[in-house]
Design a protein around this ligand. Structure first.
Ligand code: SF4
Ligand code: SF4
Length: 276
C-alpha cells in the first residue's frame, strides 16, 4: 500500500483496525500455532519432562537420530537477541540435514506437529515474536514459500507501523516532505527520460492506482524513509529486521533495499536467483 492511501484511510474513517505485527496465534491450550500444521508448546519455569528435547543452542544431529526426531527446547532467558541470527541460521542448516537424513521434525500430536517447547516466552516482546516467526520461516518446505512468507510478514509489519499514525503528516493529500510543491502523491513518482530531447520528466509510478493504493506490494518502497521521516526518527534498517537480516545474503539485501517501484513477483524472482 502506498503511504498516500494510508493517509486517506486515516482521514476517512473514525476507527481503524491497526494491522498488527504479531501474526502468531497463542490459544487457550498454551500453544503457539505456526503455519503448515506446526505448533510450539508453552511451558513455565523449565517444567518439561519430555526426554526427546534438544536445546536449540546445542542441537546435535547424532542425538536427533538416536531420539528419532528433532524436538526443540527454547528458553528465552538462556540467550539474548544478539545470538538470534546465529542460532536461526544453524537451525536452518540442521533442518535441511534432518530432511536429507529422513529424521522427523517434531512429533505428531492430535493431527498437528509439535516442534518443541518454549520457556519464558513474553508475547509482548517483539524480539521473542520475531524469533518465533523466523522458526516458522525455517519450517517452510521450499525456499520460495519461505521467501514469500518473509516478504509478506515484513510488509505487514511495515504497513502496520504506519497505519493510523499519519507519520508522513499528510494534509490535503500532500505529505510533509512535499509541502509547498505541487506533488499530491507523496514519493510515488519517479523521473522518466523523454524520448525526444535530453530532458527528464517527473511521472507518477505506474503501480499507483486511481484510488491511490499501490498495486505492486513493493518491499523496497515500504522500507524507504525520506529525510522528513528520518528527522522524526523513523528509519528502517535491514539489519534491524531479523527475518531479512537472517535469511538473505548481502546481494539479496541490496536488492531488497533498492528495487523500488517494483512489484513483489519481480523482487521474489530476483531473490530466488541470488539466494543459496
Ligand atoms: S516523501 Fe517522505 S513524507 Fe512524503 S510520502 Fe514519501 S516517505 Fe512520506
Ligand atoms: S511501487 Fe509505486 S505505487 Fe507502490 S509504493 Fe512504490 S512508488 Fe508507490
Amino acid at each position: 500500500m502506498s503511504r498516500v492511501k494510508l493517509d486517506l484511510i486515516v482521514k476517512n474513517i473514525e476507527y481503524v483496525n491497526i494491522m498488527c505485527y504479531n501474526l502468531l496465534w497463542r490459544n487457550k491450550m498454551g500453544i503457539i500455532e505456526l503455519d503448515n500444521g506446526y505448533y510450539i508448546e508453552l511451558i513455565e519455569d523449565g517444567k518439561c519432562k519430555d526426554d526427546r528435547i534438544q536445546n536449540i543452542q546445542t542441537i546435535k544431529l547424532r542425538e536427533s537420530r538416536n531420539k528419532g526426531c528433532l524436538l526443540l527446547y527454547i528458553d528465552f532467558r538462556e540467550f539474548d537477541k544478539d545470538r538470534y541470527k546465529k542460532i536461526l541460521r544453524k537451525l536452518l542448516h540442521i533442518k535441511k540435514m534432518v530432511k536429507f537424513l529422513k529424521i522427523n521434525i517434531g512429533v505428531n500430536q492430535d493431527s498437528k506437529i509439535k516442534i518443541g517447547y518454549i520457556n519464558n516466552y513474553d508475547e509482548n516482546n517483539q524480539y521473542h515474536q520475531e524469533f518465533i516467526q523466523a522458526i516458522n520461516a525455517i519450517l517452510f518446505n521450499t525456499k520460495k514459500e519461505r521467501y514469500n512468507y518473509i516478504y509478506d510478514t515484513v510488509c505487514n509489519y511495515l504497513d502496520g507501523y504506519f497505519y493510523g499514525k499519519n507519520l508522513c503528516d499528510f494534509k490535503n493529500n500532500q505529505c510533509g516532505e512535499k509541502r509547498g510543491t505541487t506533488s499530491r502523491i507523496g514519493c510515488c513518482h519517479h523521473f522518466r527520460v523523454k524520448w525526444l530531447g535530453p530532458f527528464t520528466e517527473l511521472v507518477p509510478c505506474e503501480h499507483l492506482k486511481d484510488d491511490y493504493t499501490c498495486g505492486a506490494k513493493c518491499i523496497s518502497c515500504k522500507l524507504f524513509t525520506c529525510d522528513y521521516l528520518e528527522k522524526k526518527g523513523v528509519k528502517f534498517r535491514i539489519k534491524d529486521i531479523l527475518l531479512l537480516d537472517t535469511f538473505f545474503n548481502s546481494l539479496q539485501k541490496y536488492f531488497i533495499k533498492y528495487m523500488v517501484f517494483t512489484p513483489k513477483d519481480k523482487i521474489i524472482k530476483r531473490l530466488m536467483i541470488t539466494g543459496a
